[in-house]
Design a protein around this ligand. Structure first.
Ligand SMILES: O=C(O)CCC(=O)C(=O)O
Ligand SMILES: [Fe+2]
Length: 331
């Protein structure tokens, strides 16, 4: 399997990239990025002493954008820095060392590169590493890098600090819909909610204007919490425009995923997003997808379904949703 990181080092010398990475004109970022005056992705201060205001802001952002950034969120900056440091070190290792945790067919964890067949379009300018980081029963250390040696501790610490924030976000999202505070978490699997960490590694790309890291998609999670490095690249589709999400040091970027959209019967929307790459800089990001257990059935909550307001989505097990999404089969 050819890694994008290897393609990138050849491309740097050649000052061009293989044609399979060149996007069609309707996807090329230089043509489709909006540069006029646009509102920014909402930023929400989680330390605001007015809780009702936090809830109002989260509800509005989740209805209008499906994405927001949070500051003063309680995850210590050192825990984020450690997570980033070990991830960066992993991708800096010699290729054969990284291949020790390569993804194997049929598994959703490990080091990998998306295989794109011709009909699916262009290739993505990104390599990644997937690891389940919570709850402990879901962790398979076979896929966790042994190198750098601090990888394990840094990821365990980060997972531990994320839990109260995820719980708080799900509580506010529930209260904002007029539900009891525990409803969305319980419906998403309660304490069995799974945290899947992905580390995206986007090497420098000589033809950044014509390529994409991750093409347009919504996350199939319930909710995604992401930290990027300082290199801007996340774009959000809003009101028919692709707009850049600003980099804010120490903020966490929260994406509403498909499962919360479904549970809320469309009151909250999952955000369409994509990533661009840079000519001379390496971008990295660390999304954690919070997902229901495989057999949990997710459908619109009965509170949001009536004769006047029929269900907009089918109810199905998360694993069936995942299968359809990964194989591009209609839900
Ligand atoms: O790199 C980013 O900022 C976003 C990546 C992403 O959307 C994904 O991996 O699902
Ligand atoms: Fe995403």
């Amino acid at each position: 399997m050819e890694r994008v990181q290897c393609v990138a080092s050849v491309s740097k010398e050649a000052r061009t990239i293989p044609v399979d990475f060149i996007r069609s004109v309707d996807e090329q970022p230089s043509i489709t990025t909006f540069h006029g005056p646009v509102p920014d992705v909402p930023v929400i201060d989680m330390a605001n002493t007015n809780r009702d205001q936090i809830i109002d802001e989260i509800v509005k952002a989740s209805q209008e954008w499906g994405i927001f950034q949070v500051v003063n969120h309680g995850i210590p900056p050192e825990a984020i820095q450690q997570l980033q440091r070990v991830g960066k070190e992993f991708f800096g290792l010699p290729q054969e060392e990284k291949e020790k945790v390569a993804m194997v067919p049929g598994q959703l964890e490990g080091y990998g590169t998306k295989i794109t067949n011709k009909q699916e379009g262009s290739k993505n300018w990104v390599d990644f590493l997937f690891n389940n980081i919570w709850p402990p029963l879901q962790i398979n250390h076979d896929f966790w890098p042994k190198n750098p040696p601090e990888y394990r501790n840094a990821n365990e610490e980060y997972a531990k600090h994320m839990i109260p924030l995820v719980d708080q976000l799900l509580e506010y999202l529930s209260l904002g819909l007029g539900l009891d505070g525990n409803v969305l978490k319980t419906a998403s699997g309660g304490d069995d909610l799974r945290y899947l960490l992905k580390i995206n590694y986007y090497p420098p790309c000589p033809c950044a204007d014509m390529a994409l890291g991750v093409p347009a998609h919504t996350d199939m999670s319930a909710i995604t919490l992401l930290v990027p490095n300082e290199v801007q690249g996340l774009q959000v589709f809003k009101d028919d425009h692709w707009i850049n999400a600003k980099y804010i040091p120490n903020a966490m970027i929260i994406h509403i995923g498909d499962q919360i959209e479904i549970l809320s019967n469309g009151k909250y929307k999952s955000v369409l997003h994509r990533t661009t790459v840079k000519k001379d800089e390496t971008r990295m990001s660390w999304p954690v997808f919070c997902e229901p257990p495989a057999d949990t059935v997710i459908g619109p909550l009965p509170q949001f379904v009536s004769d006047k307001n029929p269900a907009k989505f089918k109810a199905k097990k998360f694993k069936d949703y995942q299968y359809c999404k990964l194989n591009k089969i209609p839900q």
